[in-house]
Every structure is written in C-alpha cells, then in structure tokens.
Design a protein around this ligand. Structure first.
Ligand code: NAD
Length: 450
C-alpha cells in the first residue's frame, strides 16, 4: 500500500491553505493526499457522524491505505462541519460533493449549488474555487455568476476533474496519468496567471503531465474519459456474447486486440459490465447533457443498453440452470461493484439478487467488505448473509461469482465442491479457469469462454 509518497519537494512556501467541501471518496482522498504533499488542509462535511469519526482518526469509507496516510499527516489536516470560518483570503477551496443522477438521467446539482452558495457567503477576500465534482459543461461559468451575486471582490474558478478509482484512490491521486486544470482566460486569450500558478504549485510534487485547458473542455474531459472506458467494457462484452454463440475465447480476443497500442489492454475484461457511483451516472449524464443541447449520443445509448443487458442475461442464465436441475438455492460471491471497495452503488450483484428474489429463489451471499452496505439495500426476502465464502456455498445449487475479489481466486475449490448441493459455477467475471474447475468436478459457465 502506498505510504507517504512524493512528500519530498513540495510547494515552495510551506504549502497552501486548502479547504475541501465534501469528505466522501474524492474529498477525503484529496484532503489526505494534499496534506501528505505539505498543504494545510481543512475538510468540511455536512455529515456529523463522518466528521466525528474523522476527528477520532477513523476513516468512514473503505479505502486501502487512507487511514495510515491520515495518521502520518494528522498535524496538517483538520475536520469540521462548519464551512464559515474555514474560507480565508488566499484559500484554495475544492468542491468534492456528490453529483448523483436524477431519474431522467440528468445530473442533480443540489449539493453543488448549496456548496457554492455557502462558499460565496463565507468569502471575505480572493480565493480560488476548484471544482472536483463531475459536473455538466457550463457549471464553472454558472458558478462565477452565482458567486458574483454574493461577493463583489476578485476570485477565480478552476475545473480540476478527478480520475481516481475507489480501491486505488491514493495511488491514482498521487501518481495520476495526468492532472487536468480548466482555467479561466484573460481578454487576450491567455490563462489567468494567478490561479494557474497557484494550481501548478499545489500539484508541483505530483509527477504527472499537467493539461492546462479551458473550463468547459476540462468539464467535458471527465465525462468523455468515463464514457470511453465504459464503451470499451460494453464493446468487449458484445464480443463475449458473440463468442458464446460462435465459439472462441473472449480473453484471447482481449489479448489480441489489446496488444495493439492504439487500443490498449485495459478495460477489456468481459463480464457483468460496469457499476459504481461514476460510470453509470456519467454515461447517463453525458447522454442527457447532449440531449439538452439537441444532440443524440447514439454510441453511449448503446453502451448503456449492453451494460444493462449483461446483468439481465446473467440472472436469466442462473434461472435457466436452476429450472433444469430443479434447484432453488443460489450462492452469490461478491456484492460490491468491484473488488477492494465497500461501494454497492449500481453494483451488478444488487440487481441480480433482486431479480432472483423476485423469481422466488433462496439466496446465500458473501462479500469480504460490502456486507453491511448490502444489508441496507437488499430486501429481506429469502436471503442469508454469510460469514464466509464457504458458508455461502453450503447447500447451493448454483455458485454465481459476481465480484472478482482476490479472496475468491485463492479459495480451494476442491473443498467448496464438497459443500455445494449441485456443483455448478456461473462465473460472471471469468475469474476461474474453466479446465481447472471441470477437473475438480464443477459444471462451469463463464462469459464468452467455453
Ligand atoms: P460521496 O457521496 O462519497 O461524498 C460526497 C460528500 O459530500 C458526502 O460526505 C456529503 O455529506 C458531502 N456534502 C454534500 N453537500 C455538502 C455541503 N454543502 N457541504 C459539505 N459537505 C457536503 O461522493 P464521491 O464519490 O466522493 O464523489 C464526489 C464527486 O466526485 C462526484 O461528482 C463524483 O461523480 C466525482 N468522482 C467520484 C469518484 C469516485 O470514485 N467515487 C471518482 C472521480 C470523480
């Protein structure tokens, strides 16, 4: 786990005064990492319980290494519920509040708008307002007008989209592929030098290319990145579905196309598609943004459709097998939307379990970290939350692998076969080797793999 990385060097004059509004996955990681780079950080959150925990040194989310990094830099970071008083002249105020989807796919800016109004009311002198939340194109422009209603002095707006992934957030923040800085321009077309210099100084210890661009482009870069990655995932899932019909192994296809530098090997794992708090909402968000400007984003509509279909197909495959063997108990391994996180937002497991519950099956579930969050979300119908992977497999007619936690690949499957009722694996992430599983005695079904 990365500890105290890139602390050497750092900003030339003892660090900046940084305020972070919102201490979720992005805000807390940003705060702790910026403190590790030598800045003086105040993290603000509305959530009383979160702030109380953080003040005791407890990290309210599961993010590997974050607790240790906080402990190492505790002297440079504080936590409060009260935004007023934190914003001083010269502060750099990062906004990292949630921007969830509305039912129609549009982006809910309620939290962001409140945060902007609160910052504006607390302003007393020049500050830089840096937006890290993922927001529709034009939000920076809107924020300038909104703040000017309350504060008559000078200030700067910056868009600094965040690309970190839950589970590897610290490394992604401190060693990113690039830092994108959307800056306001002066009348002559050059970037406003004051926020430019301060932002470059804030990130001076981060050894990554800095892309300086205009605010609207920065806002769109974030959506375009996630949309492109989601497209790769749906594309390889389409190839897997072809393999299922024609023969061929999607892992070989991924190797074959991923070896082409123009394509690259990442995000080509066929399976149950993308989930989490970002990809689904950002794909929907970009479709809505485009629509609001009179443009239909046909590619992304298809990406979305393919992603949703993967989950439905998986639940249907389980039902089909159970019907054939007249079984009724399904073991689900993995609940979080991906390994190394407790986040179950838009996790395929939630939708698959609900579909199986609706069909009347008994479900036994296990996840190394996400059990508590899943308990809050899942209906309490015919569901058993188990203490171990083995307990969840006990008496199961189908073992469905939904999240590829390393723990599952390390399990001795020759022990698991002794406790299941029917030795059938439906592997939603192609985690297991089909030949190995068949040798042990399992009937094995992967995604796009024979
Ligand atoms: P989150 O829901 O985990 O955290 C948001 C926090 O903001 C919450 O703790 C909430 O209490 C707090 N908050 C809301 N309004 C507030 C206010 N007015 N004052 C103070 N605190 C307030 O969200 P997140 O996952 O960290 O995402 C934040 C933003 O970053 C979103 O726009 C998201 O799309 C984007 N993003 C997320 C990720 C990710 O992996 N989670 C990665 C990149 C970008």
């Amino acid at each position: 786990m990365p500890k105290t990385i890139l602390v050497t060097g750092g900003p030339g004059f003892g660090g900046h005064n940084v305020v972070i509004i919102g201490t979720g996955y992005v805000g807390l990681t940003t705060g702790v990492c910026l403190a590790s780079l030598g800045h003086k950080v105040i993290c603000v959150d509305k959530d009383k319980t979160k702030i109380e925990k953080l003040n005791k040194g407890i990290i309210p989310i599961f993010e590997p290494g974050l607790g240790e990094l906080l402990k190492d830099h505790r002297n440079r970071i504080s936590f409060t519920q009260d935004l007023r008083g934190t914003v001083q002249g010269g502060s750099v105020v990062f906004i990292a509040v949630g921007t969830p989807s509305l039912k129609d796919g549009n982006i809910d800016l309620t939290y962001l708008k409140k945060a902007v109004a609160e910052i504006a009311k607390a302003m007393r002198g020049y500050i830089i307002i840096v937006n890290k939340s993922t927001v529709p194109i034009g939000t920076g422009e809107w924020a300038r007008k909104e703040i000017a209603r309350y504060f008559k002095g000078e200030f700067s707006i910056v868009s600094n989209p965040e690309f970190l992934r839950e589970g590897t957030a610290i490394k992604d923040f401190l060693e990113p592929d690039r830092v994108v800085l959307g800056l306001e321009k002066q009348e002559d077309g050059s970037f406003d030098p004051r926020p430019k210099e301060i932002m470059l100084d804030i990130y001076s210890s981060v050894a990554a290319p800095k892309l300086l661009t205009d605010i609207k482009s920065a806002e769109l870069i974030k959506y375009a990145s996630n949309a492109f990655l989601a497209t790769k995932i749906s594309f390889i899932n389409e190839m897997a579905n072809i393999c299922d019909r024609t023969g061929g192994d999607v892992k070989e296809i991924a190797k074959g196309i991923g070896g082409d530098k123009r394509i690259g090997p990442q995000f080509l794992n066929a399976g149950l598609g993308y989930g989490g708090s970002c990809f689904p909402k950002d794909v929907d968000g970009l479709i809505s943004i485009a629509k609001n400007f009179g443009y239909e984003l046909e590619i992304l509509k298809a990406v979305n459709k393919v992603n949703k279909r993967q989950r439905v197909n998986f639940a249907n495959s389980i039902k089909k097998v159970l019907k054939k063997i007249k079984g009724e108990t399904v073991c689900i391994w993995g609940l979080s939307f991906k390994p190394n996180t407790d986040d179950i937002r838009e996790a395929p497991a939630m939708e698959i379990i609900k579909a199986l519950q609706k069909a009347g099956y008994k479900i036994q579930v296990y996840d190394p970290i996400a059990m508590e969050n899943a308990k809050k979300d899942l209906p309490k119908i015919k569901i058993k939350f188990c203490e171990s992977a083995k307990e969840a497999a006990k008496g199961a007619d189908v073992l469905a692998l939904v999240t590829e936690w390393p723990e599952f690949s390390e399990i001795d499957m020759s022990e698991i076969i002794k406790v299941v009722r029917n030795p059938i694996i439906i592997d939603g992430r192609n985690l297991f080797e089909p030949q190995e599983m068949r040798k042990i005695g399992f009937e094995y079904y992967g995604i796009g793999k024979q």
